[in-house]
Design a protein around this ligand. Structure first.
Ligand SMILES: *[C@@H]1O[C@H](CO)[C@@H](O)[C@H](O)[C@H]1NC(C)=O
Length: 301
């Protein structure tokens, strides 16, 4: 009888204890790791990456599983999608929108869920075929509201903007980023936002396009944590990264931006180019882009 009585008294005590706990509860906090990676999934174009594309996608998928980043954005996930997903084990993943000419190449792999009704794919209004054939497949961005913890909702945007650097490309990309910004202002005003993808932007080439986002209070963790808060000006000498990146003070097209909300603070705590973790067995690169990671810390205010 003794055990039953102690369970009973524990139950009777619980409501009072819960009240005290609620009154004294500190703000909920948590963290998550984020990776964005253009995985070079265009069929028949090596882009200087050795090896079979299907094998390289299997290796990247197995490394996604091995390192377990909480949220992963991939771009150019076109014709080797099954190889990538077959080797990965994240519990929540977007369905592919199709191979080249059909899909946008954008997918998200995550340890946290989202309501399917919050997920959307948007095609850019503008594209330029002058230099990099950007109109051949419906490039654009995806949006989703992910639940990082009960009641902690963060909006994630995966982006693949118009490529290259002719006047037509610069104009198309400026238009892309303005379209993204307008969508975010309309749909994510009340929630924290993380943007991660192949922006095809460089501060050293087009700081005024990046400014569309920083004017909306978006912060680039590379600028914040590595460049001591000062973004390179257009025309400045900050080098574009090699692949693998030769350090952290070089700039890449693959970018991350974030913004907290009034209800949930968001802070980047770590930034890195992850290429050394994503190599073939013989040390060759797996993609023509560097994977980029940031760790985030959130606090319910
Ligand atoms: C940022 O600050 C650190 C510490 O003072 C310094 O070592 C580093 O060179 C600075 N980086 C840049 C890009 O200014």
């Amino acid at each position: 009888m003794a055990p039953a009585r102690s369970i009973l008294s524990a139950c009777l005590l619980l409501p009072a204890f819960q009240q005290i706990a609620a009154a004294a509860a500190p703000a909920a906090t948590g963290q998550f790791s984020f990776l964005t990676f253009n995985i070079n999934g265009l069929p028949g174009i090596s882009n200087g990456v050795p090896g079979k594309k299907s094998d390289n996608h299997k290796t990247m998928g197995s490394k996604f599983a091995q390192y377990g980043y909480d949220v992963i954005h991939v771009q150019e996930d076109f014709n080797y999608h099954d190889d990538l997903y077959g080797a990965d084990n994240h519990p929540h993943r977007t369905e592919t929108s199709g191979g080249l000419f059909k899909g946008d190449g954008l997918n998200t792999l995550a340890n946290h869920p989202w309501e399917e009704s919050t997920f959307s794919r948007s095609k850019w209004d503008e594209c330029s075929d002058i230099n990099a054939a950007d109109c051949f497949t419906p490039k654009g961005f995806t949006a989703m509201t992910m639940e990082l913890a009960p009641g902690v909702l963060i909006d994630f945007y995966n982006v693949h903007a118009d490529a290259s650097a002719t006047e037509a490309d610069l104009k198309a990309r400026r238009d892309n980023i303005a379209q993204l910004a307008e969508f975010i202002q309309t749909n994510s005003a009340d929630r924290p936002v993380v943007i991660g993808g192949d922006s095809n932007m460089l501060y050293t080439r087009e700081a005024e396009t990046v400014k569309i986002l920083t004017d909306l209070d978006f912060v680039d963790p590379w600028v914040e944590l590595i460049m001591n808060g000062t973004a390179p000006a257009t025309g400045s000498s900050t080098p574009e990264c090699e692949n693998p990146a030769e350090g952290l003070e070089c700039e890449t097209l693959d970018k991350i931006f974030y913004r907290p909300s009034t209800a949930i603070d968001l802070q980047a705590t770590y930034f890195n180019y992850e290429t050394s973790k994503f190599l073939q067995e013989d040390g060759s690169i797996l993609s023509d882009h560097n994977p980029v990671t940031t760790n985030f810390y959130w606090t319910q205010l």
